[in-house]
Write a protein that binds this ligand. Structure first.
Ligand code: MN
Ligand code: MN
Length: 315
């Protein structure tokens, strides 16, 4: 469709040239007329172990140059019906986490004045709290599909209440999410106590630990979640460390025994039909994966999320 933005084709301009935008889409400063705004939040000062996610947006965009517009497996043709552009990076303050989170909230308030679905490339997971504050202000408490090795429900870390490990406790406390429609998928690893996950279960969070998903297709799980949510506004937060480090080593807090790349694809594809109002892909730390595979996988998962947004046409 000539009237919508299209990624630059690899047959028109070599994939290693052109702008470093997501899928080499046009960049945009004005959000008027956009259906989807891809943005980068290059930040790693909310992380507790390895850093490096400040380089996530740049590398995910670079690897996204491999992506072609049509989804051969699902038939999705997102650029036929949606106007998508890359609106660049948020100007966070790399010397202040608290100020950066305010910048993210204010930026999302401005973005959400438009009828647009923001897709964020992180950044560590702390970016999701200010995003959810703005999203809930605009849409009310949302259903949350949270794919992650970690529940990110600590109360505090070193006395700090806003970090990459405290996001979803704050979101619950602040009423940003509907706890009965919150799904945490891929949880695993060692913990501090036996209650690490059970307290959040008491709030209503539904947990799908990785070991219960091993060796299983995830299309049915996605379909169940989709039916359970119905049509209420939904946010997807995709932490790349939900994948096994064999698939996604470039991340800050890796845990063995994770999801596979095919499971990630099945899960996202089966969420088609949800009223998705925003999503993010976080915790890609390129310095820990010199092959680029983690950023490549992140770019593909963002594309798959784009393919299940409301209004996408299928061929
Ligand atoms: Mn996380
Ligand atoms: Mn995680």
């Amino acid at each position: 469709m000539a009237d919508k933005n299209q990624p630059i084709s690899g047959n028109d301009l070599a994939r290693f040239s052109g702008p470093n935008t997501f899928m080499r889409l046009p960049s945009a400063n004005d959000l008027a007329g956009l259906d989807v705004a891809v943005l980068g939040i290059p930040m790693d000062i909310g992380t507790s172990w390895r850093s490096g996610t400040r380089f996530g947006p740049k590398e995910v965009r670079a690897e996204s140059a491999m992506l072609r517009p049509y989804n051969l497996q699902t038939g999705a043709a997102p650029f036929d019906s949606l106007q998508v552009a890359d609106i660049g990076d948020l100007a966070i303050n790399t010397f202040s986490l608290s100020q950066s989170l305010c910048i993210i909230k204010d930026s999302y308030d401005a973005i959400l004045k438009y009828d647009v679905v923001p897709m964020a490339i992180g950044g560590d997971h702390s970016i999701t709290l200010p995003i959810l504050r703005a999203i809930a202000k605009r849409h009310g408490p949302v259903a949350l599909v949270h794919i992650d090795a970690h529940a990110d429900v600590n109360d505090e870390m070193f006395g700090e209440r806003e970090t990459h490990g405290t996001v979803f406790r704050r979101a619950y406390e602040e009423g940003l999410i509907n706890p009965a429609k919150t799904y945490q998928i891929g949880l695993r690893g060692t913990g501090y106590s036996a209650e690490d996950f059970s307290e959040a279960a008491g709030w209503g969070f539904q947990h799908f630990p990785a070991h219960e998903l091993w060796h299983k297709p995830l299309a049915n799980l996605g379909a169940e979640i989709r039916r359970d949510i119905g049509d209420i506004p939904t946010y997807i937060s995709y932490d790349i460390d939900s994948l096994d480090p064999a698939y996604a080593p470039g991340t800050g807090t890796p845990e063995i025994g994770g999801l596979t790349t095919p499971q990630a694809l099945e899960l996202i594809r089966s969420l088609k039909g949800l009223n998705i109002v925003g999503c993010d892909l976080v915790e890609v730390s390129p310095p820990y994966d010199t092959t680029g595979n983690t950023a490549l996988t992140g770019a593909n998962l963002l594309y798959e999320m784009l393919c299940v947004l409301p209004g996408v046409t299928y061929r």
